[in-house]
Write a protein that binds this ligand. Structure first.
Ligand code: AMP
Ligand code: MG
Length: 341
Protein backbone atom coordinates (compact mmCIF):
# COMPACT_ATOMS: atom_id res chain seq x y z
CA UNK A 1 0.00 0.00 0.00
CA UNK A 2 1.24 3.50 -0.79
CA UNK A 3 1.21 5.71 2.31
CA UNK A 4 0.24 9.32 1.51
CA UNK A 5 1.88 12.10 3.57
CA UNK A 6 -0.43 15.01 4.40
CA UNK A 7 1.48 18.01 5.80
CA UNK A 8 -0.62 20.30 8.00
CA UNK A 9 0.44 23.44 9.88
CA UNK A 10 -1.03 23.26 13.41
CA UNK A 11 -1.11 27.06 13.70
CA UNK A 12 -2.95 27.54 10.40
CA UNK A 13 -4.96 24.41 9.57
CA UNK A 14 -5.73 23.97 5.87
CA UNK A 15 -9.30 22.61 5.76
CA UNK A 16 -8.75 20.95 2.34
CA UNK A 17 -6.04 18.77 3.95
CA UNK A 18 -8.43 17.76 6.74
CA UNK A 19 -11.00 16.84 4.06
CA UNK A 20 -8.34 14.74 2.29
CA UNK A 21 -7.60 12.83 5.52
CA UNK A 22 -11.32 12.48 6.26
CA UNK A 23 -11.87 10.68 2.92
CA UNK A 24 -9.55 7.89 4.07
CA UNK A 25 -11.47 7.61 7.37
CA UNK A 26 -14.78 7.37 5.51
CA UNK A 27 -13.25 4.62 3.30
CA UNK A 28 -12.51 2.57 6.45
CA UNK A 29 -8.75 3.22 6.17
CA UNK A 30 -6.28 4.18 8.93
CA UNK A 31 -4.74 7.67 9.18
CA UNK A 32 -1.95 8.55 11.62
CA UNK A 33 -2.75 11.86 13.33
CA UNK A 34 -0.90 14.09 15.78
CA UNK A 35 -2.24 14.40 19.33
CA UNK A 36 -0.74 16.17 22.32
CA UNK A 37 0.24 12.85 23.95
CA UNK A 38 1.75 10.83 21.06
CA UNK A 39 0.80 10.28 17.39
CA UNK A 40 -2.30 8.06 17.10
CA UNK A 41 -3.37 5.60 14.40
CA UNK A 42 -6.96 6.68 13.78
CA UNK A 43 -9.89 4.84 12.20
CA UNK A 44 -13.70 4.98 12.39
CA UNK A 45 -14.56 3.58 15.84
CA UNK A 46 -17.97 2.37 14.57
CA UNK A 47 -16.46 0.30 11.69
CA UNK A 48 -15.16 -3.20 12.56
CA UNK A 49 -13.46 -3.32 9.14
CA UNK A 50 -11.51 -0.12 9.84
CA UNK A 51 -10.62 -1.31 13.35
CA UNK A 52 -9.24 -4.62 12.09
CA UNK A 53 -6.84 -2.58 9.90
CA UNK A 54 -5.44 -0.85 13.02
CA UNK A 55 -4.71 -4.19 14.73
CA UNK A 56 -3.15 -5.57 11.54
CA UNK A 57 -0.90 -2.55 10.81
CA UNK A 58 0.41 -2.39 14.41
CA UNK A 59 0.61 -6.14 15.01
CA UNK A 60 -1.41 -5.40 18.17
CA UNK A 61 -2.71 -8.32 20.28
CA UNK A 62 -6.48 -8.55 19.77
CA UNK A 63 -7.16 -8.60 23.55
CA UNK A 64 -5.79 -5.05 23.99
CA UNK A 65 -8.68 -2.54 23.66
CA UNK A 66 -8.44 0.77 21.80
CA UNK A 67 -9.08 4.28 23.10
CA UNK A 68 -11.87 6.12 21.27
CA UNK A 69 -11.26 9.83 20.56
CA UNK A 70 -14.14 12.30 20.51
CA UNK A 71 -14.52 16.01 19.77
CA UNK A 72 -17.72 16.81 21.71
CA UNK A 73 -20.18 15.51 24.27
CA UNK A 74 -22.72 14.32 21.68
CA UNK A 75 -20.12 11.80 20.46
CA UNK A 76 -19.48 10.70 24.04
CA UNK A 77 -23.17 9.95 24.50
CA UNK A 78 -23.14 7.80 21.31
CA UNK A 79 -20.34 5.66 22.76
CA UNK A 80 -21.43 5.05 26.37
CA UNK A 81 -24.33 3.43 28.20
CA UNK A 82 -23.86 5.10 31.54
CA UNK A 83 -25.09 8.19 33.31
CA UNK A 84 -22.60 11.07 33.51
CA UNK A 85 -22.76 11.77 37.24
CA UNK A 86 -21.67 15.02 38.86
CA UNK A 87 -18.40 13.37 39.96
CA UNK A 88 -17.59 12.29 36.41
CA UNK A 89 -18.56 15.67 34.99
CA UNK A 90 -16.24 17.44 37.43
CA UNK A 91 -13.34 15.28 36.23
CA UNK A 92 -14.25 15.86 32.57
CA UNK A 93 -14.42 19.62 33.14
CA UNK A 94 -11.04 19.62 34.87
CA UNK A 95 -9.08 17.52 32.37
CA UNK A 96 -10.81 17.47 28.95
CA UNK A 97 -9.60 18.14 26.39
CA UNK A 98 -6.35 16.59 27.62
CA UNK A 99 -4.27 13.47 28.41
CA UNK A 100 -6.96 11.61 30.41
CA UNK A 101 -8.89 8.58 29.12
CA UNK A 102 -12.11 7.71 30.97
CA UNK A 103 -13.40 4.11 30.92
CA UNK A 104 -17.23 3.93 30.77
CA UNK A 105 -19.79 1.14 30.22
CA UNK A 106 -19.97 0.95 26.44
CA UNK A 107 -22.99 1.43 24.17
CA UNK A 108 -24.02 -1.10 21.51
CA UNK A 109 -22.53 1.21 18.84
CA UNK A 110 -18.97 0.36 19.94
CA UNK A 111 -17.98 -2.90 18.20
CA UNK A 112 -16.48 -5.65 20.38
CA UNK A 113 -13.21 -5.45 18.40
CA UNK A 114 -12.68 -1.92 19.77
CA UNK A 115 -13.17 -2.93 23.42
CA UNK A 116 -11.48 -6.33 22.95
CA UNK A 117 -14.67 -7.98 24.18
CA UNK A 118 -14.86 -5.92 27.41
CA UNK A 119 -18.23 -4.36 28.39
CA UNK A 120 -16.44 -0.98 28.76
CA UNK A 121 -14.82 1.55 26.43
CA UNK A 122 -12.00 4.04 27.01
CA UNK A 123 -12.82 7.57 25.74
CA UNK A 124 -10.63 10.65 25.40
CA UNK A 125 -11.03 14.18 24.07
CA UNK A 126 -7.57 15.10 22.75
CA UNK A 127 -6.19 18.59 23.19
CA UNK A 128 -4.86 19.02 19.65
CA UNK A 129 -6.48 21.20 16.97
CA UNK A 130 -5.66 18.81 14.09
CA UNK A 131 -7.00 15.70 15.88
CA UNK A 132 -10.15 17.60 16.90
CA UNK A 133 -10.63 18.92 13.34
CA UNK A 134 -10.29 15.43 11.84
CA UNK A 135 -12.77 13.90 14.32
CA UNK A 136 -15.27 16.73 13.72
CA UNK A 137 -14.95 16.51 9.93
CA UNK A 138 -15.35 12.71 9.99
CA UNK A 139 -18.55 13.00 12.13
CA UNK A 140 -17.60 9.73 13.89
CA UNK A 141 -15.42 9.02 16.92
CA UNK A 142 -11.95 7.79 16.00
CA UNK A 143 -10.34 4.80 17.68
CA UNK A 144 -6.64 5.61 17.90
CA UNK A 145 -3.91 3.63 19.67
CA UNK A 146 -0.35 4.92 19.49
CA UNK A 147 0.86 4.82 15.85
CA UNK A 148 3.82 2.48 16.37
CA UNK A 149 4.51 -1.20 15.79
CA UNK A 150 3.28 -2.91 18.99
CA UNK A 151 6.03 -3.16 21.61
CA UNK A 152 8.16 -0.27 20.27
CA UNK A 153 8.40 3.19 21.87
CA UNK A 154 5.39 5.38 21.01
CA UNK A 155 5.86 7.93 18.21
CA UNK A 156 6.15 11.60 19.16
CA UNK A 157 7.00 12.76 15.61
CA UNK A 158 5.52 11.99 12.17
CA UNK A 159 8.93 10.57 11.11
CA UNK A 160 8.64 7.92 13.87
CA UNK A 161 5.28 6.84 12.43
CA UNK A 162 6.81 6.72 8.94
CA UNK A 163 9.67 4.50 10.18
CA UNK A 164 7.21 1.99 11.66
CA UNK A 165 4.16 2.07 9.40
CA UNK A 166 5.13 3.32 5.91
CA UNK A 167 3.45 1.02 3.37
CA UNK A 168 1.06 -0.39 5.96
CA UNK A 169 -1.44 2.49 6.38
CA UNK A 170 -3.28 4.86 4.01
CA UNK A 171 -1.96 8.20 5.28
CA UNK A 172 0.19 10.04 7.82
CA UNK A 173 -0.61 13.61 8.86
CA UNK A 174 2.73 15.37 9.30
CA UNK A 175 2.63 18.08 11.97
CA UNK A 176 4.72 19.16 14.96
CA UNK A 177 6.18 17.00 17.70
CA UNK A 178 3.66 15.85 20.37
CA UNK A 179 4.23 18.28 23.23
CA UNK A 180 3.42 15.94 26.14
CA UNK A 181 5.26 12.92 24.76
CA UNK A 182 3.71 10.04 26.78
CA UNK A 183 0.26 8.47 26.54
CA UNK A 184 -2.86 9.42 28.48
CA UNK A 185 -3.67 8.35 32.02
CA UNK A 186 -6.50 5.76 31.96
CA UNK A 187 -9.12 6.24 34.72
CA UNK A 188 -11.97 3.73 35.16
CA UNK A 189 -15.20 5.59 36.02
CA UNK A 190 -17.44 2.60 35.29
CA UNK A 191 -17.21 1.43 38.93
CA UNK A 192 -16.74 3.17 42.25
CA UNK A 193 -14.29 4.26 43.61
CA UNK A 194 -12.68 5.40 40.37
CA UNK A 195 -9.35 3.68 39.69
CA UNK A 196 -6.28 4.56 37.64
CA UNK A 197 -5.61 1.65 35.25
CA UNK A 198 -2.59 3.17 33.50
CA UNK A 199 -0.26 5.97 34.55
CA UNK A 200 0.09 8.76 31.98
CA UNK A 201 0.07 12.48 31.28
CA UNK A 202 -2.05 13.35 34.37
CA UNK A 203 -0.65 12.27 37.75
CA UNK A 204 -2.72 10.57 40.46
CA UNK A 205 -2.03 13.57 42.71
CA UNK A 206 -3.67 15.88 40.12
CA UNK A 207 -6.71 13.57 39.96
CA UNK A 208 -6.96 13.33 43.75
CA UNK A 209 -7.14 17.13 43.98
CA UNK A 210 -10.50 16.81 42.18
CA UNK A 211 -11.64 13.52 43.77
CA UNK A 212 -9.74 12.40 46.88
CA UNK A 213 -11.13 8.81 46.64
CA UNK A 214 -9.33 8.01 43.36
CA UNK A 215 -6.81 5.17 43.79
CA UNK A 216 -4.57 2.96 41.68
CA UNK A 217 -5.80 -0.37 40.31
CA UNK A 218 -4.27 -3.06 42.57
CA UNK A 219 -2.13 -4.33 39.68
CA UNK A 220 -0.27 -0.99 39.60
CA UNK A 221 0.83 -1.33 43.23
CA UNK A 222 1.61 -5.06 43.41
CA UNK A 223 2.75 -7.73 40.97
CA UNK A 224 0.09 -10.27 41.91
CA UNK A 225 -3.24 -8.78 40.77
CA UNK A 226 -4.43 -9.11 37.16
CA UNK A 227 -4.46 -5.64 35.55
CA UNK A 228 -7.91 -4.30 34.61
CA UNK A 229 -6.25 -2.64 31.65
CA UNK A 230 -5.17 -5.49 29.34
CA UNK A 231 -2.36 -3.39 27.80
CA UNK A 232 -0.54 -3.31 31.15
CA UNK A 233 0.53 -6.92 30.90
CA UNK A 234 2.52 -6.49 27.69
CA UNK A 235 6.16 -5.53 27.27
CA UNK A 236 6.23 -2.04 25.79
CA UNK A 237 8.35 0.85 24.62
CA UNK A 238 11.48 -1.32 24.29
CA UNK A 239 14.46 -0.26 22.20
CA UNK A 240 16.02 -3.16 20.27
CA UNK A 241 19.24 -3.01 22.35
CA UNK A 242 19.40 -4.26 25.96
CA UNK A 243 18.39 -1.58 28.47
CA UNK A 244 19.34 -1.57 32.15
CA UNK A 245 17.27 0.54 34.54
CA UNK A 246 18.90 1.82 37.74
CA UNK A 247 16.42 2.46 40.55
CA UNK A 248 17.29 4.04 43.91
CA UNK A 249 18.63 7.37 45.15
CA UNK A 250 20.58 9.75 42.93
CA UNK A 251 23.69 9.21 45.10
CA UNK A 252 23.48 5.42 44.69
CA UNK A 253 22.85 5.68 40.95
CA UNK A 254 25.90 7.92 40.56
CA UNK A 255 28.10 5.69 42.74
CA UNK A 256 27.11 2.61 40.70
CA UNK A 257 27.76 4.33 37.37
CA UNK A 258 31.27 5.29 38.51
CA UNK A 259 32.15 1.60 39.03
CA UNK A 260 31.45 0.38 35.49
CA UNK A 261 32.98 0.87 32.04
CA UNK A 262 30.62 2.93 29.88
CA UNK A 263 32.67 2.79 26.63
CA UNK A 264 29.97 1.48 24.30
CA UNK A 265 26.95 2.20 26.49
CA UNK A 266 24.51 5.10 26.10
CA UNK A 267 23.63 6.73 29.43
CA UNK A 268 20.18 8.33 29.48
CA UNK A 269 19.87 10.32 32.70
CA UNK A 270 19.36 13.75 34.26
CA UNK A 271 21.61 16.85 34.43
CA UNK A 272 22.47 16.21 38.10
CA UNK A 273 24.09 12.87 37.17
CA UNK A 274 25.53 13.72 33.79
CA UNK A 275 27.35 16.81 35.12
CA UNK A 276 29.07 14.64 37.72
CA UNK A 277 30.35 11.79 35.60
CA UNK A 278 32.58 11.45 32.56
CA UNK A 279 31.06 9.13 29.97
CA UNK A 280 31.48 9.11 26.16
CA UNK A 281 27.82 8.59 25.17
CA UNK A 282 25.07 10.34 27.09
CA UNK A 283 21.71 12.08 26.73
CA UNK A 284 20.18 14.29 29.40
CA UNK A 285 16.42 14.34 29.85
CA UNK A 286 16.84 17.63 31.79
CA UNK A 287 16.78 18.46 35.46
CA UNK A 288 15.72 15.59 37.77
CA UNK A 289 12.51 17.28 38.88
CA UNK A 290 11.44 18.58 35.48
CA UNK A 291 9.25 15.55 34.76
CA UNK A 292 7.39 17.27 31.93
CA UNK A 293 10.59 17.95 30.00
CA UNK A 294 11.75 14.35 30.55
CA UNK A 295 8.42 12.96 29.28
CA UNK A 296 8.75 15.13 26.21
CA UNK A 297 12.14 13.66 25.23
CA UNK A 298 12.04 10.07 26.49
CA UNK A 299 10.48 8.12 23.59
CA UNK A 300 12.49 10.05 21.02
CA UNK A 301 15.86 9.17 22.56
CA UNK A 302 14.78 5.52 23.01
CA UNK A 303 14.00 5.44 19.28
CA UNK A 304 17.19 7.29 18.29
CA UNK A 305 19.35 4.89 20.31
CA UNK A 306 18.68 2.35 17.52
CA UNK A 307 20.87 4.36 15.16
CA UNK A 308 23.81 4.97 17.54
CA UNK A 309 26.88 2.73 17.60
CA UNK A 310 26.43 1.52 21.15
CA UNK A 311 25.81 -1.98 22.45
CA UNK A 312 23.33 -1.21 25.23
CA UNK A 313 21.61 1.51 27.28
CA UNK A 314 21.59 2.45 30.95
CA UNK A 315 18.76 4.66 32.17
CA UNK A 316 18.30 6.13 35.66
CA UNK A 317 14.83 6.06 37.26
CA UNK A 318 13.12 9.19 38.61
CA UNK A 319 11.69 9.91 42.05
CA UNK A 320 8.39 8.06 42.22
CA UNK A 321 5.84 10.86 42.68
CA UNK A 322 3.72 12.99 40.34
CA UNK A 323 4.63 12.49 36.71
CA UNK A 324 7.89 10.84 37.86
CA UNK A 325 5.69 7.77 38.50
CA UNK A 326 4.60 7.82 34.84
CA UNK A 327 8.19 8.10 33.64
CA UNK A 328 9.23 5.17 35.86
CA UNK A 329 6.32 3.07 34.58
CA UNK A 330 7.49 3.54 30.97
CA UNK A 331 11.13 2.88 31.91
CA UNK A 332 10.28 -0.32 33.81
CA UNK A 333 8.29 -1.65 30.85
CA UNK A 334 11.06 -0.74 28.39
CA UNK A 335 13.92 -2.19 30.47
CA UNK A 336 15.33 -5.66 29.84
CA UNK A 337 17.04 -5.61 33.27
CA UNK A 338 16.62 -3.62 36.51
CA UNK A 339 18.87 -3.03 39.50
CA UNK A 340 17.51 -1.66 42.77
CA UNK A 341 20.30 0.31 44.39
P1 AMP B 1 -2.67 2.78 23.57
O1 AMP B 1 -3.80 2.70 22.61
O2 AMP B 1 -1.42 2.23 23.04
O3 AMP B 1 -2.53 4.14 24.17
O4 AMP B 1 -3.15 1.83 24.76
C1 AMP B 1 -4.42 1.99 25.32
C2 AMP B 1 -4.42 1.54 26.75
O5 AMP B 1 -5.72 1.75 27.31
C3 AMP B 1 -4.10 0.06 26.91
O6 AMP B 1 -3.31 -0.12 28.05
C4 AMP B 1 -5.48 -0.53 27.06
O7 AMP B 1 -5.43 -1.77 27.75
C5 AMP B 1 -6.20 0.56 27.86
N1 AMP B 1 -7.68 0.49 27.66
C6 AMP B 1 -8.37 0.88 26.57
N2 AMP B 1 -9.68 0.62 26.73
C7 AMP B 1 -9.83 0.03 27.94
C8 AMP B 1 -10.94 -0.50 28.68
N3 AMP B 1 -12.17 -0.49 28.17
N4 AMP B 1 -10.69 -1.02 29.89
C9 AMP B 1 -9.45 -1.04 30.41
N5 AMP B 1 -8.36 -0.57 29.75
C10 AMP B 1 -8.54 -0.04 28.54
MG1 MG C 1 0.58 2.07 22.59
Amino acid sequence: MKTILIKINTQNIDETKIQQAKQFILNHECVAMPTETVYGLAANAFSPQAISRIFEAKGRPSDNPLIVHISDEAMLLDCIDQEITLEIRTIMNAFWPGPLTLVFKKSHRIPDVVSAGLPTVGIRMPNHPIALALIKASCVPLAAPSANISGKPSPTKASHVYDDLNGKIAAIIEADQSHIGVESTVLDVSTSPFTVLRKGGISIEQLQMIDADIKYDDALVNNISTPKSPGQKYKHYAPSKPMLLLEGSLENQLAYLKTISMDDILLISVDEIIQNINVPHYFSLGSRHDFEKAMNGLFEILRESEFLSISSLIVTAFEDYGLGATLNDRLRKAASEKINL
